[in-house]
Design a protein around this ligand. Structure first.
Ligand SMILES: NC(=O)c1ccc[n+]([C@@H]2O[C@H](COP(=O)([O-])OP(=O)(O)OC[C@H]3O[C@@H](n4cnc5c(N)ncnc54)[C@H](O)[C@@H]3O)[C@@H](O)[C@H]2O)c1
Ligand SMILES: O=C(O)C[C@H](O)C(=O)O
Length: 348
């Protein structure tokens, strides 16, 4: 498959950049001129994600920040003949400059899982990393959208919110947990089982981003296909375990990086399109949400706009099967949220 064909479903901004048809900066009217930072840019996700953001014609500058390795990654990416400038920043003393003037900050910094670990096992190390980075965002680019990739997302998003609140700059419309990879997986697995063209598939995935908190709603999938209850059960469980499937296949060498970079680039692109005032930009995302009483953060479809999250969609009709997963996930999701909130209140 050609690169051009593989990218046929991306937004015009990504597509035109990849096709080489556009060699000039997008005008402000087209939504160009954006500065995007990737924090953790020298990592498995960060490198590919930084490259994909350099290929987005809405982006003028990609800021690559990590504790080590960014000069090399930035030098490498900077040779790609697309408009955006790529700059590397390394270490605490360069973090403020990396973030200053950013419209969008994407955070895949932190440690990934090894076989046998849950995402929550990463909390001990990643909670502090994320809190420090978000505090720096609050000071350097308080109006930027933040896309949180670092795990456990169910806790790192509440951590980020609490840090931003402490810094007096929290805006719930601007903080988005990235659950796009769950949607990407659900679409891929559904298309293969239903025998439909994957590019035409839509599947909402709700809840959070860990095990049973991931709930694909195949009853709402389009195009609809007459799948058996056994098929739906197998697809649901495979989507919930998609991350573990990759962790086990990589056998100690980390978790999903390439599919995550793709998913992160899709989410980042959607946020930039929303900022540019494009209409009908919809993605599933884990955000502060009123949709489920008692669960303050929850993923459903959200509409992206010039301020970030413009509208949070309801869950819609669920089958009894989906409803039972929905009930089951709530205690775990609530506990992960509470743990994130407590971390900030007790340590910062
Ligand atoms: N949301 C999702 O769907 C999803 C999917 C895949 C992975 N992840 C998560 O993304 C994170 C990164 O995964 P990876 O495979 O890229 O890991 P990785 O180890 O390859 O890269 C992580 C990078 O973060 C950097 N880092 C560590 N501390 C930092 C700090 N204080 N500031 C800036 N950078 C720092 C490291 O130097 C490293 O380069 C993990 O927590 C993983 O679980 C989330
Ligand atoms: O599974 C992981 O640990 C990484 C990520 O959350 C994923 O879903 O691939």
């Amino acid at each position: 498959m050609s690169l051009r064909h593989a990218f046929s479903k991306l937004s015009p901004a990504l597509k035109t950049s990849v096709s080489g048809a556009r060699t000039f900066a997008a005008s402000a009217a087209e939504g160009g001129g954006r500065k995007v930072a990737v924090l953790g840019a020298a990592g498995g996700i960060g490198q590919s994600l930084s490259m994909l953001m350099k290929m987005n014609s809405m982006v003028d500058e990609v800021s690559l920040y990590d504790i080590a390795g960014t000069p090399g990654v930035a030098a490498d990416i900077s040779h790609i003949n697309t408009t955006a400038i790529a700059k590397g920043y390394m270490g605490d003393e360069q973090l403020h400059d990396a973030l200053s003037g950013c419209d969008l900050v994407i955070i895949p910094a932190g440690v990934p899982r090894k076989p046998g670990m849950t995402r929550d096992d990463l909390f001990k190390i990643n909670a502090g990393i994320v809190a420090g980075l978000v505090k720096a965002c609050a000071k350097a680019c308080p109006n930027a959208l933040i896309n949180m990739i670092s795990n456990p997302v169910n806790s790192t998003v509440p951590i980020a919110a609490e840090v931003l609140k402490k810094e007096g700059v929290y805006d719930k419309k601007k903080l988005l947990g990235v659950t796009t990879l769950d949607v990407v997986r659900a679409k891929t697995f559904y298309a293969a089982k239903a025998g439909v063209q994957v590019e035409k598939v839509d599947v909402p995935v709700i809840g959070g981003h860990a095990g049973i908190t991931i709930l694909p709603l195949f009853s709402q999938a389009t195009p609809s296909a007459p799948l058996s209850d056994e098929d739906i059960d197998a697809l649901t469980i495979r989507t919930q375990n998609g991350g573990t499937e990759v962790v086990e296949a990589k056998d100690g060498k980390g978790s999903a990086t390439l599919s995550m970079a793709y998913a992160g680039a899709m989410m980042g692109d959607a946020c930039l399109q929303g900022l540019a005032g494009k209409k009908d930009i919809v993605e599933c995302s884990y955000v502060e949400s009123p949709v489920v009483p008692g669960i303050p953060y929850f993923a459903t479809k959200v509409v992206l706009g010039p301020e970030g999250v413009a509208e949070i969609r309801e869950i819609g009709r669920m089958t009894d099967y989906e409803q039972s997963w929905f009930e089951k996930m709530q205690p775990e999701l609530k506990a992960s949220i509470d743990k994130g909130v407590a971390f900030v209140n007790e340590t910062m």
